[in-house]
Design a protein around this ligand. Structure first.
Ligand code: BGC
Length: 781
């Protein structure tokens, strides 16, 4: 933080307060008389979404064209810190060239459950991987002097009721799983801005949660930057400011600035708190504005090439029986599936980029040496039976040596504001693959989608290439991998369960009304499957290459490990090696093993390289909530090096002397946690682990609605409240039927918005008095 004390001394109270909220949807307020400029903040996270005309935060109105890089869920599969830094650099350049000071990303919430509607915007189920990737992206973005903005701090695990839900999570899971990625992003990436999340964490809104903000972010991590609310995520402005949430976005029409001024006048808020907030804001404003003085012009062609490169390095070859891939020259190939011609390359919501161009697989495959026998759509993207599409596809398949079948999730399935209903592809796609497999042996499925899906067809096809959401160059990357111009190297940053019911949080997700109980605690993703030995479809860290690698010579110390990787196949390729640590005699419940390091090396055929990986001070530790700190138990630890979490190639044991700080876990009371059996967690176990009795997970269905309630709660009312709820619900349904999923989404935003937010969001057009009257009317019944 720079010292702006002198400048601050010249500001009036009203001017200081004015810096605490936006001027409009995307800009902060200037103070012309003192030469303080306005700065612009825009999405994020995998491209620039700068809106010229009408503004919104749900991807409805167009933004200026920008390069659409692959979203976080895709990039994460690269496990490539350099790539994340590079993509960040490209993003930063585009933002700077458009005079944007803060790019709202990366998103790094932990993928608690595969159904979260925004999983495509997040990296992984693992905090170490998420945090390292995010830190490098932050560094890349900020290399242009502007600010990145890791989001959404914290535990924004579901979209349903995201503005009011209370995420009830025990301190250990909070630290080890939900905050650990943010810690890396903040400590290593040094972002100038962090975005707080909409939800509550253990009873307090994240943006006014003193534990999250004061104790951890500013205290333990020594964060030096600004915290901005998520758009419309402010609750009690003064409490938010006290906790350290300086900037409220977007504009609240001056309503909350006045609340700050009044609080200072009445002594509710100390002016020192405001002064510190102003100093942080001024540092952000002046630093980033300075960086925007001389920006470079963007070469969008070059950026498109980088988008292709990023996609190539991130796609995952899940299965490749009999080396069906890469395709050989002259092979007769049938291209089937809507996604071949109309690619799905990004998700919906505030991250929706207006791309400079979009590649499609059909055009690109036609230019190769393959003998393309034709294209058939095969199915309607948005579901429903169509026998004629299916039969034409079956006819075409019969003429080919290989069938390239492009399947995926449609645009409505993965979107901000709504969670997915299930983990399945549409029935018509499953039916098609099933029937095709009866007439053809050589099927390659190319998948599009940013989150985990069930694959009942896994044994009916020979190869599966997961393209995830490839960004605007995704189809070029797919083409290169299919024909062998690029050797696939991506590995899954999340586990693919066989079926949804296998997921650890499935019995508890999403929280439907007042709270979301994280009964599964630390057992998220592989931390559960690997501990409980639940068979999975594809494990965490899995991904195939067209070559093979051998591992040898493992050496371990407490600080670092080294080993050799050799390419023993015929093609050059890249291998992602993963380091897992297993505590063999722990007295606390722990996951079977946890990721603590990784590396990616490029190897020519027969080449071998030594890989060295540093272990950090959390490598052996668990979070001991009884001492409020990290603790290491003495004992034996296995260091496992693998090609995936299930494909461990080398193991060494290390004896450690720890601090052995005491804990009070009672193995009898927490029986299911000790067994990793988290589908069965009783109230007693969960409450014991939490250390408090959580509030009723359901809304008070009989009580009166107040400022912090939502239109959604009208469903339990009679009269006007119910009518309002039904009108909003009907509007949403009609928009869906009209084929406008994004607009329908926006309606959900209104449905789930607390009443307090309406005057602020409408910038005073709907006054607080009007809300009072509305609530009175609703509460008549
Ligand atoms: C999203 C944020 C986004 C902001 C601005 C919110 O709805 O949760 O991720 O940055 O809008 O568009």
């Amino acid at each position: 933080m720079t010292n702006y004390k002198e400048l601050i001394s010249k500001m009036t109270l009203e001017e200081k307060a004015s810096l605490m909220s936006g001027d409009n949807f995307w800009n902060t307020k200037p103070i012309d008389r003192l030469g303080i400029p306005s700065i612009m903040l825009t999405d994020g996270p995998h491209g620039l979404r700068k809106q010229g005309g009408k503004a919104d935060h749900l991807g409805l109105n167009k933004s200026i064209p920008a390069t659409c890089f692959p979203p976080a869920a895709t990039l994460a599969n690269s496990w490539d810190l350099e790539l994340l830094n590079e993509v960040g650099t490209y993003l930063g350049k585009e933002a700077a060239s458009e005079q944007v000071s803060v790019l709202l990303g990366p998103g790094l919430n932990i993928k608690r459950n595969p159904l979260c509607g925004r999983n495509f915007e997040y990296f992984s189920e693992d905090p170490y991987l998420s945090g390292k990737l995010a830190a490098n992206m932050v560094k890349g973005i900020q290399s242009h002097g502007i600010s990145a903005c890791p989001k959404h701090y914290a535990v924004n695990s579901q979209e349903h009721m995201r503005m009011t839900i209370d995420e009830v999570v025990d301190e250990r899971a909070l630290r080890e799983v939900y905050l650990e990625g943010f810690r890396y992003a903040v400590e290593e990436g040094q972002p100038k801005t962090v975005m707080s999340s909409y939800n509550k964490v253990n009873g307090e809104f994240a943006n006014e949660n003193k534990h999250l903000m004061q104790d951890i972010l500013y205290g333990e991590w020594d964060y030096q930057g600004v915290v901005v609310t998520d758009w419309g995520g402010n609750n009690d402005r003064v409490e938010g400011l006290k906790a350290g949430n300086q900037l409220e976005m977007p504009s609240a029409g001056g309503i909350t600035d006045k609340e700050i001024v009044d609080a200072i006048k009445t002594g509710k808020l100390s002016e020192d708190v405001l002064d510190e907030a102003v100093e942080r804001m001024l540092t952000l404003v002046f630093d980033t504005k300075e960086a925007l003085r001389n920006t470079e012009k963007v070469d969008y062609e070059e950026h498109h090439k980088k988008a292709i490169d990023a996609a190539k390095r991130s796609m995952v070859l899940l299965k490749n029986d009999e080396s069906l891939l890469p395709l050989r020259q002259g092979q007769r190939v049938a291209v089937i599936g809507d996604f071949a011609k109309a690619p799905r390359y990004q998700g919906a919501g505030s991250s929706l980029i207006n791309p400079t161009k979009v590649d499609n697989a059909w055009d690109l495959l036609a230019e190769t040496e393959l003998k393309i026998v034709g294209y058939e759509q095969g199915f309607n993207r948005f579901g429903g039976k169509n026998e004629s599409l299916k039969n034409s596809a079956l006819r075409l398949a019969r003429q080919a040596d290989v069938v390239l079948l492009f399947l995926g999730l449609d645009e409505g399935s993965e979107a901000e504001g709504v969670d997915r209903q299930d983990m399945r592809l549409r029935g018509n796609q499953l039916e098609l693959v099933n029937e095709l497999s009866k007439v053809h042996d050589n099927i390659v499925v190319v998948l599009s989608g940013g989150s985990v899906i069930e694959m009942p067809f896994v044994n009916d096809v020979k190869s599966i290439l997961h393209g995830y959401l490839g960004g605007q160059g995704g189809a070029s990357a797919v083409r290169d991998i299919l024909i062998g111009d690029y050797n696939p190297s991506g590995k899954l940053a999340e586990t693919y369960p066989i079926k949804y019911e296998d997921v650890s949080s499935a019995p508890y997700y999403p929280g439907l009304e007042a709270t979301a109980e994280h009964r599964e605690s630390i057992f998220i993703g592989y931390r559960y499957f690997d501990t409980k030995h639940v068979p999975v479809l594809f494990p965490f860290g899995h991904g195939l290459s067209y070559t093979q690698f051998e591992y040898s010579d493992l050496e371990v110390t407490e600080q670092s490990i080294s080993f050799k990787v050799k390419n023993v196949g015929m093609l050059a390729g890249e291998e992602i090696s993963q380091v897992y640590i297993k505590s063999t005699n722990s007295s606390v419940f722990r996951a079977n093993k946890e990721l603590k390091g990784f590396s990616k090396v490029h190897l020519e055929p027969s080449e071998s390289k030594e890989v060295k990986i540093e272990l950090d001070d959390h490598a052996f530790a668990y979070y001991n909530s009884f001492i409020n700190g990290w603790s290491v138990e003495s004992g034996l630890y296995e260091i496992q090096v693998g090609s995936s979490i299930e494909d461990i190639r080398l193991t060494e044991t290390l004896e450690l002397q720890g601090d052995d700080a005491p804990h009070q876990y009672d193995q009898e009371v927490l029986k299911h946690y000790y067994q990793g059996d988290v589908h069965q967690i009783t109230d007693t176990e969960f409450h014991q682990l939490l250390g408090y009795t959580p509030p009723n997970p359901l809304w008070d269905r009989k009580g009166k609605l107040g400022y912090n309630d939502t239109i959604a709660q009208g469903r339990y009312k009679k009269g006007f409240g119910k009518a309002l709820y039904l009108v909003v619900l009907l509007t949403k349904k009609v928009l869906h039927v009209m084929g406008k999923p994004l607009q329908a989404n926006n309606v959900m935003f209104v449905m789930n918005m607390p009443f307090r937010q309406i005057p602020r969001f409408s910038q005073g057009k709907v006054s607080e008095k009007m809300i009072d009257r509305l609530l009175k009317l609703i509460n008549l019944w």
